[in-house]
Design a binder for this molecule. Structure first.
Ligand code: DGY
Length: 332
């Protein structure tokens, strides 16, 4: 690669102009000001001559793309979830990959809690009913849902966002908090959060409101399927703000249709933006288009962090949130 090509980067999606300007102070920027993600072959084509790329959580960065783009040195994502990036393949190709943890924790936890509350209190379902002109009189059990305060909050995945949700539940709403995670938290952290560790099946049996926040990996694919849903209380709710694919959406649609659980709140879907038709057909589910981190200040901070990573990697610095820092060797 010619020396000047270290200065060329691709911004693969429409972004905040000020973030693009920041990049322009360091690089020649190919800014693709569009919202549709690029198909893999077109992305590989567009990356020829680029040393770095700023992506969202949707562009697939795999071994085939990396092999087709030998000049690439940095893949910087503005998402915290990085199931779209094959990190070992990046490492094998000497490409630094980064994600955007931390800056979206509280915003995403706010949304997870809001979606759980909307689900428990049937907010979307009742709003649709009202807009359709069905409200003629007061009824003793009109859209009566379940309580959030004082209930048992089950958290599946106790990383930063899971812990931020636990704090809201335990300290804000007097909830009993139980959780399951690949590794148990230190005792002091559990005490501070007011959270009790349970095995997965026990968590499913115990939770009044289950909130899913695990990363999507081969191990968490369909972690909650028909067998797991069958363990939940018929009055329970399930909220998924993790990734589509952690929950088996077909099995969930069936459980909701048969009222084997009370309701669900879903911000993520298998194969999104497509949504399983069974989910669209039932009233007891709140559906949102993957917007858990979508407050303007937070989305700006995510994009800014991705830009900081890109600038650092390609100008000889240390990126703030690398996924495979070993690629940079002894860079300090
Ligand atoms: C993330 O950052 O992983 C959120 O899901 C937004 O894509």
């Amino acid at each position: 690669m010619a020396a000047n090509e270290w200065r060329r980067v691709l911004v693969a999606r429409r972004l905040f102009p000020e973030v693009v300007e920041r990049l322009r102070a360091h690089f020649e920027v190919d800014y693709r000001e569009e919202d549709e993600p690029l198909a893999p072959a077109l992305l590989a084509e567009r990356l020829q001559g680029c040393a770095g790329v700023l992506v969202a959580g949707t562009e697939r960065i795999d071994a085939a793309l990396l092999a087709a783009c030998p000049g690439l040195r940095a893949v910087c994502s503005m998402a915290v979830g990085f199931n779209n990036i094959d990190v070992p393949a990046c490492t094998a190709h000497g490409v630094l990959a980064s994600n955007a943890p931390g800056v979206l924790t509280e915003t995403t936890a706010d949304f997870g809690f809001a979606l759980m509350m909307a689900t428990a209190r049937r907010i979307a379902e009742s709003e649709h009913w009202l807009r359709a002109g069905h409200w003629h009189h007061w009824t003793v059990d009109l859209f009566a849902g379940s309580d959030v305060h004082g209930a048992t909050l089950g958290i599946l995945g106790m990383g930063r966002i899971g812990q931020a949700i636990a704090r809201r539940g335990a300290h804000g709403f007097g909830m009993k908090v139980v959780y399951h995670n690949r590794s148990r938290l230190p005792e002091g952290d559990e005490a501070a959060l007011g959270a009790r560790y349970l095995g997965l099946h026990e968590l499913l049996r115990t939770a009044d409101h289950l909130v899913i926040v695990v990363p999507y990996t081969a191990q968490t694919h369909h972690l909650v399927g028909a067998a797991e849903l069958a363990l939940m209380k018929p009055t329970a709710t399930l909220t998924n703000i993790a990734r589509g694919g952690v929950v088996d959406d077909a099995a969930l649609a069936e459980a909701l249709r048969e009222r084997r659980i009370a309701a669900a709140g879903l911000d993520v879907f298998e194969g999104e933006p497509a949504v399983h038709p069974g989910l669209l057909a039932v009233p007891n589910v709140v559906l949102t288009p993957h917007i858990a981190s979508a407050s303007l200040p937070t989305r700006r901070a995510m994009a800014d962090l991705a830009a900081s990573n890109l600038i650092a990697v390609l100008t000889g610095g240390m990126p703030p949130t690398p996924l495979n820092p070993e690629v940079l060797g002894g860079r300090a």
